[in-house]
Design a protein around this ligand. Structure first.
Ligand code: FES
Ligand SMILES: [Fe+2]
Length: 325
């Protein structure tokens, strides 16, 4: 699989969603990349963000550049629950507001960073692209995080916007042709909400057999599948995050219920789930690395896909961190 290190560029210029980026939850780092008292920097959306954990252990995601002269705070220092700039020691609280300027007792009002709504789930730290979250962090259908064993991996890096690979979720032609799945799904039974899409589907995989799936798309950049294969519950999630070069960096989560089977059975289920999902990603990758995705000539067999395009088009966009860059 291609990871972040695979920087092979595609010659086509990526198109940017009008009005910024979809207002969605984006994974920005793995939980174990950010230990308490540490800060890291990430290229994110069309700018940069810092991710840190203070003494409280709670992760914080904020715009990366100091409001004084623009030093990158990812080379600053975590002090308690605050972040201190390396250059002149301006210090910012976890809400982004500057709390201390060593050279002055007056703190300008504008001395604040953009604080992204931040959450931690599925072994990932998530930031919402907006002032306030419009919906919850992505979940699996039918299972709470506490009920699952799961594993989180970096999974893909593609030269497209995040919504593009997730057209896959409702592109039934490609599930049959590219992935060789037999699939039964009435497009009219797909529930398309404002921020989430849900449906049940039966895949028949040539090797694995019948795989009954409850599928949930959250935002335009995360898909979660809760599947049942030969009596086993196997769950998989993929999520994509936009980076400034117009690419999408993706993670996957593979899970199985903690209460079912012994440890080696659960491990085996996770390996099956991971292999199934990896196969789909690997088969999609050559297409997604070269596509100039557009809503082209759709036919009757694309009815579900057409609904996905409509959903993406009306999804709210924003770029609230831009003025803090
Ligand atoms: S640039 Fe950060 S304190 Fe001066
Ligand atoms: Fe696919």
């Amino acid at each position: 699989m291609a990871l972040r290190a695979d920087t092979e560029r595609h010659s086509a210029k990526p198109r940017k969603t009008a009005g910024g980026f979809h207002q969605s939850w984006y994974a920005i780092a793995c939980s174990d990349e950010v230990r308490a008292g540490r800060v890291i920097g990430r290229d994110f959306l069309d700018g940069r963000a810092i991710v840190y954990r203070g003494d409280s252990g709670r992760p914080v995601v904020m715009s990366a550049f100091c409001r004084h002269l623009g030093a990158d705070l990812s080379i600053g220092e975590v002090i308690g629950d605050e972040i201190r700039c390396a250059f002149h020691h301006w210090q910012y609280g976890a809400d982004g507001v500057c709390t201390k300027i060593p050279a002055s007792d007056k703190i300008p009002k504008a001395a604040r960073l953009f604080k992204f709504p931040t959450a931690e789930k599925w072994g990932l730290i998530w930031a919402f692209n907006g002032e306030r979250p419009l919906f919850d962090v992505p979940d699996f259908p039918n299972f709470a995080e506490s009920a699952l064993d799961y594993r989180t991996d970096e999974a893909f890096d593609l030269p497209v916007e995040p919504w593009v690979p997730f057209t896959n979720s409702m592109d039934f032609q490609h599930l049959r042709i590219l992935h060789g799945l037999k699939i039964e799904c009435d497009p009219e039974r797909i529930e398309v909400g404002d921020y989430r899409i849900e449906y049940d589907v039966r895949f028949e995989d040539p090797k694995l057999g019948i795989f009954d799936q409850s599928i949930r798309v959250t935002g335009t950049n995360t898909i979660a599948l809760a599947g049942r294969l030969n009596g086993m519950n196997i769950l998989s999630m993929a999520t994509g995050t936009p980076t400034p070069d117009g690419r999408t960096h993706g993670w996957s989560v593979t899970a199985t219920p903690r209460a079912e089977g012994n440890e080696s059975e659960r491990e085996q289920r996770m390996q099956i789930g991971h292999a199934f999902f990896s196969r789909l990603i690997e088969e999609d990758e050559p297409i997604m690395k070269t596509i100039r995705m557009r809503e082209g000539l759709l036919i009757d067999a694309d009815r579900a896909l057409a609904r996905f395009f409509q959903y993406v088009k009306r999804f709210p966009t924003a770029r609230p961190a831009a003025r803090f860059a």
